[in-house]
Design a protein around this ligand. Structure first.
Ligand SMILES: CC(C)(COP(=O)(O)OP(=O)(O)OC[C@H]1O[C@@H](n2cnc3c(N)ncnc32)[C@H](O)[C@@H]1OP(=O)(O)O)[C@@H](O)C(=O)NCCC(=O)NCCS
Length: 151
């Protein structure tokens, strides 16, 4: 497998993977729009110096996964001024369970460390056990819990 930076020409594939991700998360959030739900600004992420978007490419050149880190300003109360926010973690169903996301996140954290960033955050739905397991294997622990109320 090749882990390479995303190009602007990858955006159609990224948009497709984003929709697969939306569908994977739909069972965990009844408030996701029935159609037209989007999460990311790939034009900005791919071109930004403050982000690294990686594509996973198999031996035949097929794109089978993606994920990004974006360096963001941290909350004033935090000891660190900047942190890496990880997003759009996606691996095609046929390639899951092989640890690809571990390698991808390792590469994203290495890139971030080279920018002086050593603290990382991500959002994951309670109940998305495959994703939670993948992140736990890397050392992530639950921190802030988002609560919601529909009136
Ligand atoms: C979450 C995701 C990126 C993990 O990628 P991955 O490369 O398969 O991760 P791993 O190989 O480390 O597997 C993580 C866990 O998934 C589970 N798993 C194993 N095979 C699997 C399969 N074929 N399908 C789904 N989950 C599987 C296992 O619990 C595994 O943990 P284990 O290694 O201790 O057995 C991937 O499942 C995915 O794309 N899911 C849909 C999109 C999504 O939910 N993204 C995360 C948003 S926060």
């Amino acid at each position: 497998m090749l882990f390479r930076p995303a190009l602007m020409s990858d955006i159609p594939v990224l948009l497709h993977m984003e929709q697969e991700l939306v569908e994977a998360e739909r069972p965990f959030d009844a408030d996701i729009r029935p159609s037209g739900a989007t999460y990311y600004d790939f034009d900005d992420l791919v071109q930004s110096d403050l982000a690294c978007v990686l594509m996973i490419e198999d031996e035949s050149g097929e794109l089978v996964g993606t994920g990004y880190v974006q360096i963001r300003d941290s909350k004033p109360a935090h000891k660190h001024d900047r942190h890496g926010y990880l997003g759009c973690m996606y691996v095609a169903p046929s390639q899951r369970g092989k640890g690809l996301i571990t390698t991808l996140i390792d590469k994203l954290t290495q890139w971030s460390k080279a920018q002086g960033v050593t603290d990382f955050y991500l959002d994951v739905y309670d109940g998305n056990n495959s994703a939670i397991r993948a992140y736990e294997k890397l050392g992530f622990k639950p921190c802030l819990v988002e609560m919601k109320l529909n009136l």
